[in-house]
Ligand binder design. Structure first.
Ligand code: AMP
Length: 207
């Protein structure tokens, strides 16, 4: 299973990716998670990425492409992967195709999780993330329901940054919907349902 997840921030890509990973044993490759870890550890990549992430802009393509070239070669990605948050531009999508060609792999689907922007704004404003295990929850969870860790609000889930992230999505990432449609890889599910109902549709769509 080699799949790309498409959808605005807050559409539920991370949540659905985690479910697919636990059922099918493929690798969950989230560029946002990799970058947040790099920022936390103040690696060279983290230092370069931070200023873009803080304001909700995209990190430059070449940094992301170099990072993904390495990530896709790792052992866990050989049995399949769910790409969550990558590609986010057509240049990244072209680079992904080249990387996969080089590795002798093909993309099976680009799965779009569709949610309207009003719902996204509400979701992102109340989204909380576990500092320890990355579980995604809401402001009503005082501690993580999975591991008991501390739930925090990502800086980029604050109202002033959300608007820019959605503008960036509309301008730079939404064109990937047509990009993958043209390649006959696009499948779309309605993300404005309960997590389990979305997951049912996801599995049906990628069958
Ligand atoms: P996410 O957790 O996917 O919402 O990503 C958080 C932030 O990381 C984004 O707002 C971007 O600044 C950066 N980022 C994640 N993935 C990418 C990507 N594929 N290209 C450029 N920037 C990215």
């Amino acid at each position: 299973m080699n799949i790309v997840l498409l959808g605005a921030p807050g559409a539920g890509k991370g949540t659905q990716a985690k479910k697919l990973v636990s059922e099918f044993g493929v690798a969950h490759i989230s560029t946002g998670d990799i970058l947040r870890a790099a920022v936390k550890n103040q690696t060279e990549l983290g230092k370069q990425a931070q200023k873009y992430m803080d304001v909700g802009d995209l990190v430059p393509d070449q940094l992301i492409i170099d990072m993904m070239k390495e990530r896709l070669k790792e052992d866990d990605a050989q049995k399949g992967f769910i790409l969550d948050g990558f590609p986010r531009t057509t240049a990244q999508a072209d680079a992904l195709k080249e990387m996969l060609d080089g590795l002798g792999k093909t993309l099976e689907a680009a799965l779009q999780i569709e949610v309207d922007f009003d719902t996204i704004i509400k979701r992102l404003s109340s989204r909380r993330t576990c500092r320890d295990c990355g579980h995604i929850g809401t402001a009503s969870e005082e501690s993580c329901t999975v591991c008991g860790g501390e739930m925090y609000q990502r800086d980029d889930d604050k109202p002033e940054t959300i608007k820019n992230r959605l503008d960036v999505y509309a301008k730079q990432t939404a064109p990937l919907i047509d990009y993958y449609k043209d390649k006959n890889l696009l499948v779309t599910v309605n993300g404005d349902q309960d997590v389990e109902d979305v997951y049912k549709d996801v599995k049906e769509a990628i069958k």
